[in-house]
Design a protein around this ligand. Structure first.
Ligand SMILES: Nc1ncnc2c1ncn2[C@@H]1O[C@H](COP(=O)(O)OP(=O)(O)O)[C@@H](O)[C@H]1O
Ligand SMILES: [Mg+2]
Length: 370
């Protein structure tokens, strides 16, 4: 799929912006703090109904304004789709898909497919487990909106349960109501674990293949689902293991006032030639593996949805050495790219049509066409 255009009103530092895109490569060049990432962020918002930089919609609205508006239209294999969002300070955002209002964030998810790659993502392997959980969650949500729904329910249940644990610590009588919350946690948590396991099973061979190519057969990448509750393909077995683990840790949980068991403690194990590179990998290995995973994600979205996602490369080209840059560009022929960079020269390999090199300066975007 590809985006045909983008419209912004009062989004971040933009007053008003309308852009037409090339189906393949679009480049945004400019100094720091001019508004390049803001454009990428707006595109991401139309895909995921949230930003990758903040959880507060308020921050996306231009300072001193009350409302912001973002819309894109995209060409998909069989249909076209238009997604529009209106953000209002201190109110729920309004969203429309093909001019029809939708109410749940999850309903927006399988319209525009994006994969984003930023310097932060290069740290995916080096960072703590929460980054890797986020990676799973975002990717699965796009392909399966019901996952997103379960996940947000799970997070609510988790909060409630933690709250209850604190109450039980003060007064045992509240123990009676714990079972209800346990069952909700187990029900939702097990569904989440099943999906995560499926995701890792599918992305694992794809990323291994890509990693082999990048490293010229020198490295064998393995990613494994490291679930906090010992995993089982049979959801009933998984549920009963989960239940048992909760029982075992109850006294600790009451003392600490927090739930210590469940998918909110999951991780992904990442191994190169059998070595756990989360702790023992070189920086180069960690970064290359992150790149392999991201590229695998593109193939997975394609396999699951029959659409190639669009790829947002935010400030990432200059972070890669020339070989990895070349590999990246070569392997992305079928994907619409949005690249932000401070230096255009690192894109020599790309043969970008000059009309689609957008110069970004103080929230003004210019290109040759205009
Ligand atoms: N809500 C907002 N209203 C107005 N300006 C904003 C808002 N949020 C961020 N900015 C401005 O946007 C600029 C950063 O834009 P960004 O796209 O991140 O820059 P870059 O070109 O480096 O990617 C900064 O100048 C910042 O002050
Ligand atoms: Mg930026």
């Amino acid at each position: 799929m590809y985006l045909k255009n983008l419209k912004l009103i009062n989004f971040r530092n933009y007053n008003q912006l309308e852009l037409e895109f090339h189906p393949k490569v679009n480049v945004f060049v400019g100094d720091n703090a001019q508004g390049k990432t803001n454009i990428v962020e707006a595109i991401y918002l139309t895909s995921m109904a949230k930003s990758f930089r903040t959880s507060k919609d308020r921050e996306l609205i231009k300072f001193d304004k009350e409302q912001a508006y973002v819309s894109v239209s995209a060409k998909k294999r069989y249909t076209d789709v238009e997604v529009a969002l209106k953000l209002t300070a201190n109110q729920k955002k309004q969203m429309k898909v093909n001019k029809v209002s939708i109410t749940k964030n999850s309903e927006i998810l399988n319209n525009i497919y994006v994969v984003i790659f930023s310097p932060e993502d290069l740290k995916l392997i080096k960072e703590g487990p929460s980054e890797r959980r986020k990676f799973m969650d975002n990717e699965i949500s796009q392909m399966k909106p019901s996952y997103y729904h379960n996940l947000s329910q799970y997070q609510k249940v988790l909060l409630q349960r933690n709250h209850l644990l604190k109450k039980i610590y003060r007064d045992e009588k509240y123990k009676d109501t714990l079972d209800i919350w346990n069952e909700k946690l187990i029900e939702l948590g097990s569904k989440i674990m099943m999906e995560r396991s499926k995701f890792i099973t599918r992305i694992s061979p794809l990323s291994r293949l890509i990693h082999r190519k990048i490293t010229e057969n020198k490295e064998n990448l393995e990613v494994k689902y490291a679930s906090n509750v010992p995993f089982d393909d049979d959801i009933e077995v998984l549920k009963s293991t989960f239940r048992k683990k909760l029982e075992e840790s109850l006294s600790v949980e009451i003392k600490r006032g927090t739930t210590t068991v469940g998918p909110h403690k999951d991780d992904i194990g990442v191994f190169v030639n059998k070595i756990d590179i989360r702790s023992f990998g070189s920086q180069g290995q960690q970064r290359t593996s992150a790149l392999s995973l991201k590229l695998a994600e593109i193939e997975l979205v394609k396999a699951e949805t029959s659409e190639y996602p669009i790829l947002l490369l935010d400030d990432v080209m200059s972070e890669l050495d020339i070989n990895r840059q070349k590999f990246l560009i070569k392997s992305l022929r079928d994907v619409q790219l949005f690249i932000t960079t401070t230096e255009i020269h690192c894109l020599d390999e790309l043969n970008v049509e000059s009309e689609y090199i957008f110069k970004v300066h103080e929230a003004t975007v210019t290109n040759k066409k205009y």
